[in-house]
Design a protein around this ligand. Sequence first.
Ligand code: UDP
Length: 484
Amino acid sequence: DDQRQKPHAILIPYPLQGHVIPAVHLAVKLASRGFTVTFLNTHSVHHQISRAHHNDPTDDIFAAVRRQRSLDIRYSTLSDGLPLSFDRSLHHDQFMASLLHVFSAHVEEAVGRIVGSPDSRRVRFLVADTFFVWPSTVARKFGLAYVSFWTEPALVFSLYYHMDLLRINGHFDCQSANCRDDPIDYIPGIKAIEPKDMASYLQDTDTSSVCHQIISSSFKDVKSADFIICNTVEELEPETISALKAVQPFYSIGPIVPEGASKGTVATSLWAESDCTQWLNTRPRGSVLYVSFGSYAHTSRADLAEIAHGLRLSGVSFVWVMRPDIVSSEEADPLPDGYKDSLGGGSIIVTWCSQFEVLAHAAVGGFLTHCGWNSIIESMWNGVPLICFPLLTDQFTNRKLVVHDWKAGINLTERREITREEVAEKVRRLMNGDSGGLFRDNIREVKKKLAGALMPDGSSVRNMDQFVNDLTNKIDQRGSGTGG
Ligand code: UDP
């Protein structure tokens, strides 16, 4: 019957750019498999997307997809607990505190409304970002299966998941004199990893911040998830994934990239995109370096100045995404005086772009990145080698995968301070040197694994089939009163 065929999911992304993008594509994937999906964005993310794309604020971001392919994706918004005018980038800790303490009440209200609406008797599962602290409570309250959505590599998941093991062994949350700095070699499925390659939060000596509380609560919560789906590929992290599968139902379904129905139809950017294509069309193949530090990380004014000078020194053309809040929302132009004018059209600086399109452009031959996981996946998918400049959170671990495991890029610096000479040298090495070619060969291997995973018999397609099957069984069991 209808109830069996089309279970209804409520999908709630973490309200940050790097989480919203893969969640949108996941919603389309699930709907393409016949599920009904209600996507819940925060008011704030919704308004930022509307403003960036000059949409009517009453617009539903899935309208175009729904028109093109009769997919059953619904869309609704809810409060994150803060007024719309609140500057979430400038007051990041308050924003996180609201997500930790206040958001769940809004979620319960919104989920209750959807579950209780007359056409929604089929709501059967909740898909929520792993970093939320409330999914198991909300799922239990409304009798839903709980699917945790992890948007970073399995390696990062596993390190957080085994936080207690790190603590017992003196690699996390230790009094500085007692902290070990030798490699971590006792986590199932992880070959020895250096402490410096852990997520920044696991390296911090002060573990009392809001973000630490979020990580610690959310990773307790995820242990009662019915299913975990992850934006990675089995062939990229086989041992880590198989160890995780031994403890909880864990499905690698990546790479989540714009494809199929979601390609070009759903607006996901929180800032207005500049068109770089026209400019890129005038540049030789593989000659342009793309530079971006993502949607969220901040860098120091001093580092930014060295990068700016280093890029110019390298003589390589670049497209640089410079968010207005890259240094701090309060300060004026973070670039050295007269810098933009000095580029004279040989390179361009934009506030935001369609990154996936830029990376797919033939003129782009390298990416200086902060190592956000989406950026890495998108770069690998398009065969673009990387210069890694991690700033916080999982970016250090992601760099380790790129530089150490896949040899698909280089590290910007081994030291704390970056210098313009080093920036110029690394850029030249990636873009002109012989090693650039070697990276490209290695990336071709990674790219093959990513593409292979999405082929009809590929690992991620099979995992997705398995997930849908296991989930449907679980829902059926619950429906007949035999499940938990
Ligand atoms: N992005 C974009 N335009 C830009 C910069 C970034 O569309 O100018 C997208 C990028 O393609 C990626 C996301 O924003 O999908 C950033 O996610 P990531 O995990 O790389 O970094 P985060 O922003 O979460 O630190």
